[in-house]
Design a protein around this ligand. Sequence first.
Ligand code: 1CP
Length: 341
Amino acid sequence: MKDSLFIKAAFSAQTERPPVWMMRQAGRFMPEYWEIKNKYSFLEMCKTPELAADVTMLPVNLLDIDAAILFSDILVTGEAMGGDLSFTQNVGPRFANPVRTQADIDNLNVDVIDKLQYVADAIKVIQQRLNGKIPLIGFAGAPFTVMSYLVEGGSSKDFKLTKLMLHNEPAMAHQLLAKIAKVTAAYLNLQIEAGVNAVQIFDSWAQALAWDDYKEFSHRYIQEIIANLDRKDIPVISFCKGSSVFAPLMAEAKPDVISIDWNVDLLDIKNRLPQGMAVQGNLDPHVLYAGKPVIKDRIHKLFERMRGEKGFIFNLGHGIMPDIPFDNVKYAVEVIKEYRY
Ligand code: 1CP
């Protein structure tokens, strides 16, 4: 995989064009996803290696992207620790037994790697199907983001209960975060052992935090996880919503790549990072709703800005929305793949 565009760019080597993959590429914007989803529940899909492989391969076969991402979810660590997880259409993820008291935290298990073995099995099936064509990215949720789902019991707009725990019960919050971080490091190491070619840590809701709180309750645990990875020779990508603000701090955790949201000029932020640290990003996913000339123009503008830069992976600033037209995503990938520096 060392010679793949994605791995080369992740390690800041020269490439003839930027590699492309998109967060949430294995998902609901594809009619073919629904053909599978209509027959199985989301968790069944995650836990059945052949099905997880089928979904992982959809964007590989239909979009011809430069990296595949494991089909799973960031919340499987919370489930393995004892969360009663379900996914309901139009509601999203739910933990029926939210974690809000000291007793709830004490009850969470950390010795849970056996419960996540199905992910290692899926990775092996996916790698057989990929057959060396492109790299496979594994992933996990960052402790703060996973904590927010455990505490709120599901999605949240304002993270009220989570922030209340950080502010009123910081010692309790740290115990919870430390438990999640321990499981997350072991979980990513399981994925590396099973054969993924890169890992990405998703801290999707970090932007809700004030700078000091981000530092104390999020960054610190990501740093700990990255330090505990048995990295072998694979790149580590750190993503958060809010990276346009937090990237210089994220860099201190020493990932190989930082995935940047769309609020910032990508070159400006790259220039503020240590030499040799790659960036991934950062098209506003809403551009993919627009007309094709707009999509092409925005991609070309980003690429012109990044011209001559080593260490640039094209991605969106966050995941593809489920109602973005498939044709537009396919067109964007074509525009990117035709481009030459
Ligand atoms: O009902 C369905 O069809 C399930 C929808 C779905 C899908 C396709 C969920 C529920 N998760 C996923 C897959 C998924 N989730 C992947 C697969 C690989 C890919 O294509 O990228 C990944 C990487 C995730 C990670 C994930 N899950 C994140 C981090 C990434 C991000 O977009 O910020 C988050 C925050 C989640 C939680 C989650 N799981 C599912 C939903 C609908 C949500 C978000 C709900 C919310 O807004 O809180």
